[in-house]
Design a binder for this molecule. Structure first.
Ligand SMILES: *Cc1c(COP(=O)(O)O)cnc(C)c1O
Length: 374
């Protein structure tokens, strides 16, 4: 049995292809009847929020969207001046700072409205708000039963000069299944919500319901702003459109060994060699975003061919079976990429791990080196 020590300067690296982000953005910019918001939450779905934001803004997006105010402040700190909406915050979030930074906030409840109004009155400035209606997910947004009251309170706050209601938003729970009856129901709830807002005197210039899937498949959901995140980085939950995946993950071979038939690999000996085989060791594991749940099914591309990941994925390492093929230390394996060279895609990893692509691309750990290709 030969065991070779690792000596490679290459490290596990995630490559972000901004040309893919640019191409995807142009697909959406051409589709939307109104404005396009680039959703860059969770560090731009793991691709780098600033890089994705700048690329999207240069290719047809005019808005940025994030979950928390902290994410919005981080965008402002990079010098980005485009309109930014933050839609999920605790009631005691720093709305004073949001006013100073010129960030729009979503308001999902009267409690949030009171907090935002207090900030606006304190700053002698109207906070730009988007009233958020729950159109069926029972998650974020005001339940329809509380919508009338929220709209009335917002209209009063607007008359008092504490807020400016610039938008009404909703979010679809079944947009990845075009034609699902819940989409029509949610669209009507949203339409009803807009009517209620109008009836109390609000005239929100922005009305937004569609994210990636509905923007691609459901014109009736478009309204005049689309919030697109996954699509920009090449994920289409509706599987209706060919987009360009923007992320690749690679790692160098740091160990090579020949094992006899019967050798077992990793914790619990979950895989056993049926015959003498060459095994390659890659220095990344579930702490780096390689899902342990994909153990036993996952493959990587190494030396131009798909190779099975054998044994359980460890925290820091995975082992790949090469059969009788040879491999040198330092040769680079592609864990996933757009698939152009035959490498697995994030979609395949998602299938192997029983999850969705979003979780694969947002799960890359902090030890992985980031390389941005412009
Ligand atoms: C994440 C998110 C989006 C973007 O959804 P994609 O399907 O990734 O385009 C839009 N709106 C809200 C409220 C979100 O949470």
């Amino acid at each position: 049995m030969t065991v070779l020590a690792a000596r490679s300067h290459a490290r596990p690296t995630v490559h972000v292809d901004l040309a893919a982000v640019a191409a995807n953005t142009r697909v959406f910019a051409a589709l939307v009847p109104g404005a396009l918001m680039a959703v860059v939450k969770a560090d731009g779905f793991g691709h780098g929020a600033e890089a994705v934001a700048r690329t999207a803004l240069a290719n047809g997006a005019s808005w940025l969207g994030v979950t928390s105010l902290d994410e919005a402040f981080a965008l402002r700190e990079t010098g980005l001046r485009a309109p930014v909406l933050s839609w999920l915050n605790p009631v005691d979030a720093d709305f004073d700072a949001a006013i100073l930074a010129g960030i729009d906030v979503a308001v999902p409840s009267e409690a949030h409205l009171r907090a935002v109004v207090a900030a606006g009155l304190g700053a002698h400035a109207a906070v730009r708000v988007h009233l958020h209606l729950d159109v069926g997910m029972s998650r974020d947004g005001a339940p329809p039963a509380q919508w009338d009251q929220l709209c009335l309170a917002a209209a009063a706050a607007q008359r008092a000069g504490a807020v400016q209601v610039v938008g009404v938003m909703g979010h679809l729970g079944h947009a990845d299944v075009p034609g699902h009856p819940a989409n029509a129901t949610s669209r009507s709830v949203f339409g009803w919500g807009l009517g209620v807002a109008r009836s109390v005197g609000l005239r929100p210039p922005l009305r937004h319901l569609a994210a990636t899937a509905a923007t691609l498949t459901d014109r009736a959901a478009h309204h005049n702003l689309s919030r697109v995140g996954a699509g920009l980085i090449g994920i289409d939950p509706s599987r209706s459109t060919r987009l360009s995946p923007a992320l690749s993950l690679s790692a160098p071979v740091v160990g090579v060994r020949r094992v006899p038939a019967g050798a077992t690999v990793g914790y619990g000996g979950a895989w056993q060699a049926e015959r003498e085989s060459t095994l390659a060791l890659l220095p990344l594991g579930y702490a780096d975003g390689v899902p342990r749940a994909a153990s036993g099914r996952a493959e990587v591309l190494l030396r131009g061919r798909r190779r099975l990941v054998v044994g359980l994925v460890s925290m820091d390492q995975v082992v790949v079976d090469l059969g009788d093929d040879h491999v040198e230390l330092g040769e680079v394996a592609t864990i996933f990429g757009p698939g152009h060279q035959g490498e697995p895609t994030a979609a395949e990893w998602a299938l192997w791990a029983g999850t969705i692509e979003h979780e694969i691309v947002t799960g890359i750990g902090p030890r992985v080196i980031r390389s941005v290709v412009r």
